[in-house]
Design a protein around this ligand. Structure first.
Ligand code: ASP
Length: 342
C-alpha cells in the first residue's frame, strides 16, 4: 500500500545548499524535493512538504515552536500516514522529546532527522538521512505503521527520540541513545527491532495534543565546589517550579548539611526536584549509597536513566497539565512515553 508522508522543514543545516552564483549557503526549497532527488519517486510514498515560517537555527527553538509543530501534526494527522520533521541537530533531541510528550495518543510515525553537512554539499549526510527517514515514516507492518512513535533517525540508526542526546558536533553519527537500544538499524536492509518499538493499545485513535508547557524549570549540574550562596540563589529564583538536578554517578550528591538543607527547604516550598545522572549511560539508584539516599529522604524524585532533554521537557509537559501536587508527582514517577527504564 502506498503511504503519504508530510515533511515538515523547520530549519537547520540539512536545509542548506550552495548558491551556484555566489557559492554561499542558502536555504534549500524542499518543495522541489522530487527535482532534487528523483530517486524518491521510486519509494512507495507520496510526499508533501510544509516549510515553517520563518525557518530557524535550532538554537532559537522555543516551546512556542513546539506547540506550532504539534498543532501542525494534529491538523494534518488524518491526511497522512506519517511525518518527517527536518530540524537543526543542536536542539533536535529537546524538540523531539517535547513532541513525544505533547502528542498524547500518537499512533503514527513522527521521524525527526537533520544533517551535519548541508544537503547541497556533495558529501552531505542529509540525503541518506532524509530518504531513509521518509522510508521509515511510510513503513507498514500488517497494515499498521511500523514505528508509531516519535523517533529520531541519524546515520543508519533509528532511536526513540526521548532517549537521544546530541553527542558530537563533528561526527556524522551525531546522536546516541545510551540507555535504550535502537528501534532500527540500517544497512542493506532496514532491520526493525520490533520488541523495542512502542505500540498503541488500540487503533485508530484521534490525536490529542497538549499545548500548555510550563515555564519555571531549572537545570542544575552538580560539581565539586558548588557554592552554597549560588545554589541558594538558584533555588530562590522567582517563578521556579521544578529543578532537574544532574547528580554524580548513580544519583549521588554531597551529604554536607548545608547542601541537603538548601534542597530540603526548596522542596518544602513546593519545588519539584528530579534527580538524573550526569553520566551518559546508566541510571540513578538513590538507595545505593548514602549520598543518594539523603536526596531520596528529603523527597527528590528519581529520574532513573532519563536524558536531560527528556527530563526538562517532561517537566514542562507534566507541570503544564495543571494537575494537583500528588498527581503531578505520580506522572513523574512513571514512564509516560518509554522515556526511562525503572
Ligand atoms: N546550528 C544548526 C542547527 O541546529 C546545526 C545543525 O543543524 O546541525 O540549527
Amino acid at each position: 500500500m502506498r503511504s503519504s508522508i508530510l515533511i515538515i522543514y523547520t530549519g537547520g543545516t540539512i536545509g542548506m545548499k550552495t548558491d551556484a552564483d555566489t557559492g554561499a549557503l542558502v536555504p534549500f526549497d524542499f518543495s522541489g524535493i522530487y527535482e532534487e532527488f528523483p530517486s524518491l519517486k521510486r519509494l512507495n510514498v507520496d510526499i508533501d512538504v510544509h516549510t515553517l515560517s520563518p525557518v530557524i537555527d535550532s538554537s532559537n527553538v522555543s516551546p512556542e515552536n513546539w506547540v506550532t509543530l504539534a498543532e501542525l501534526i494534529r491538523d494534518n494527522y488524518a491526511r497522512y500516514d506519517g511525518f518527517v520533521v527536518l530540524h537543526g541537530t543542536d536542539t533536535m533531541s529537546y524538540t523531539a522529546s517535547a513532541l513525544s510528550f505533547m502528542l498524547e495518543n500518537l499512533a503514527k510515525p513522527v521521524v525527526f532527522t537533520g544533517s551535519q553537512i548541508p544537503i547541497g554539499v556533495l558529501r552531505t549526510d542529509g540525503r541518506e538521512n532524509l530518504i531513509t527517514a521518509i522510508e521509515i515514516a511510510g513503513a507498514q507492518l500488517d497494515g499498521r505503521p511500523e514505528v508509531p512513535e516519535v523517533s529520531l533517525y541519524f546515520q543508519n540508526r533509528l532511536f526513540r527520540a526521548n532517549r537521544t542526546t546530541k553527542r558530537s558536533a563533528e561526527a556524522l553519527s551525531a546522536f546516541r541513545s545510551y540507555n535504550y537500544p535502537p528501534l532500527a538499524e540500517v544497512g542493506v536492509n532496514i532491520a526493525y527491532n520490533l520488541p523495542a518499538i512502542r505500540r498503541p493499545e488500540e487503533y485508530p485513535r484521534e490525536l490529542r495534543i497538549a499545548t500548555r508547557l510550563s515555564g519555571g524549570i531549572e537545570l542544575i549540574k552538580l560539581f565539586p565546589g558548588l557554592d552554597e550562596r549560588i545554589l541558594r540563589a538558584m533555588l530562590s529564583a522567582p517563578g521556579l517550579r521544578a529543578v532537574v538536578l544532574e547528580t554524580f554517578g548513580a544519583g549521588n550528591a554531597p551529604t554536607s548539611e548545608w547542601f541537603i538543607r538548601v534542597l530540603e527547604e526548596a522542596i518544602g516550598r513546593g519545588i519539584i526536584l528530579l534527580n538524573i545522572t550526569q553520566c551518559g549511560g546508566g541510571q540513578v539508584s538513590m538507595g545505593l549509597y548514602d549520598t543518594g539516599l539523603r536526596l531520596q529522604r528529603i523527597g527528590a524524585l528519581c529520574g532513573y536513566d532519563m536524558t536531560t532533554e527528556a527530563a526538562v521537557t517532561k517537566l514542562m509537559y507534566v507541570l503544564g497539565l495543571g494537575l494537583g501536587e500528588e498527581e503531578t508527582r505520580e506522572r513523574l514517577r512513571i514512564p509516560l512515553r518509554g522515556e526511562f527504564t525503572a
